[in-house]
Write a protein that binds this ligand. Structure first.
Ligand code: FES
Ligand code: FE2
Length: 356
């Protein structure tokens, strides 16, 4: 089925509704690859924690008492209870069920009403997952043998590093979370689609970032980066890190979207902003910022999903949709083991391609 994916054509619509493909994606993408967990700001202080879901795995992102950022299973090692259900700060996680209590580095500390050797504490710590930080963004992988995050994102690095996005402050209170009634691939593809701006966002995005002023910079199956003009400011870039993260980075701000699949036709969508000043409410100042564009995106992907069980012939992708081609290569790489092509570089960091 996934062998029908091509980088030149739109995705076959039935891949947005196929339960078997969705299960394959959970196993070979969401349970294997690096998935965005949250901004490092969410665990800035000793003991800060944030529950997140990586694929289907509930995880506690935590900065432990030694300041190490960890990804722990949000699953009690006794009988599987979720330990936390919202962000907070704690040195310990006592289980709500029988109060087995863990240190915030995952070690099991105490088991109530048992003899000293009745439960082997050393073998009942919380499961831990790979957790690495890229420019202030925390990624988690359930796969212990996953390639290092820096290797995974190497193509993007020269374009992202000069923007120093690690210095930005994320508006934690402003992070939006919605459930969209669409397959995660449709949501991701839409997030990297600048071709639709004039049609879907005529008042929210198009006046500030015109469709015909976006250009491809570099990419591969592992991710892509495009550039675009913004009214009265330096060009922005759009960074696409499949399967879970797309960010628009301005010289002084960043807008990100993160995705997590809930079912074949439902996707959890988080939207965040980061700016140069420590966020005080919605302090980030983006030109023409209008949160209505989120509703516009949601409306188109939910409408597309209504055709997910329809027979169709995949249509040609245009030159403006090259990042979608990279995403299709990503899907082929993860789902069929097709070896990804070498990265394509259209322009060096800070430059525009000549044919623009
Ligand atoms: S399930 Fe957590 S202590 Fe029993
Ligand atoms: Fe859009």
């Amino acid at each position: 089925m996934p062998t029908r994916i091509s980088r030149d054509r739109s995705l076959p619509l039935d891949l947005f509704a196929d339960e078997a493909v969705f299960d394959l994606e959970l196993r070979q993408i969401w349970q294997q690859d690096w998935v965005f967990a949250g901004p490092l700001d969410a665990v800035a202080e000793r003991g800060d924690y944030l529950p997140v879901t990586i694929g289907t795995q509930p995880v506690i992102l935590v900065r432990d008492s030694d300041l190490v950022v960890r990804a722990l299973a949000n699953v009690c090692s006794h009988r599987g209870m979720p330990l936390v259900d919202g962000p907070g700060n704690a040195a310990r996680f006592p289980c709500p069920y029988h109060a087995w209590t863990y240190a915030n580095d995952g070690e099991l500390l105490s088991v109530p009403y048992t003899m000293p050797d009745e439960v082997d504490k050393t073998s009942h710590g919380l499961e831990q997952f790979r957790c690495e930080v890229w420019h202030g963004l925390v990624f988690v992988s359930l796969n212990p043998d996953v390639e290092p995050l820096a290797d995974r994102l190497r193509v993007l690095e020269p374009y992202v590093r000069p923007l120093a996005i690690d210095r930005l402050h994320h508006d934690l209170a402003g992070i939006g979370a919605e459930v969209w009634n669409a397959n995660w691939k449709a949501v991701f593809a839409n997030a990297v689609d600048s071709y639709s701006h004039f049609r879907v966002h005529p008042e929210t995005i198009e006046p500030f970032s015109p469709t015909d002023a976006s250009y491809y910079l570099a990419g591969s199956a592992r991710g892509s980066v495009t550039g675009g003009e913004s009214l009265e400011r330096a060009d922005h870039i759009v960074v696409a890190l499949p399967p879970s993260f797309v960010a628009v980075v301005y010289p002084d701000a960043m807008l990100w979207q993160a995705f997590s699949p809930l079912s074949v036709d439902r996707t959890d969508v988080r939207i965040g902003l980061a700016g140069e000043q420590p966020a005080d409410g919605r302090a980030v100042n983006l030109p023409g910022w209008d949160a209505a564009f989120v509703d516009e995106d949601r409306a188109v992907v939910e409408r597309l999903q209504t055709n997910a069980r329809v027979r169709s012939r995949p249509g040609a992708l245009t030159s403006l949709e090259r990042p979608l081609g990279d995403f299709h290569d990503y899907l082929r790489w993860r789902l069929t083991d097709a070896e990804p092509a070498a990265p394509y570089i259209a322009a060096a960091p800070g430059e525009r391609p000549e044919d623009l």
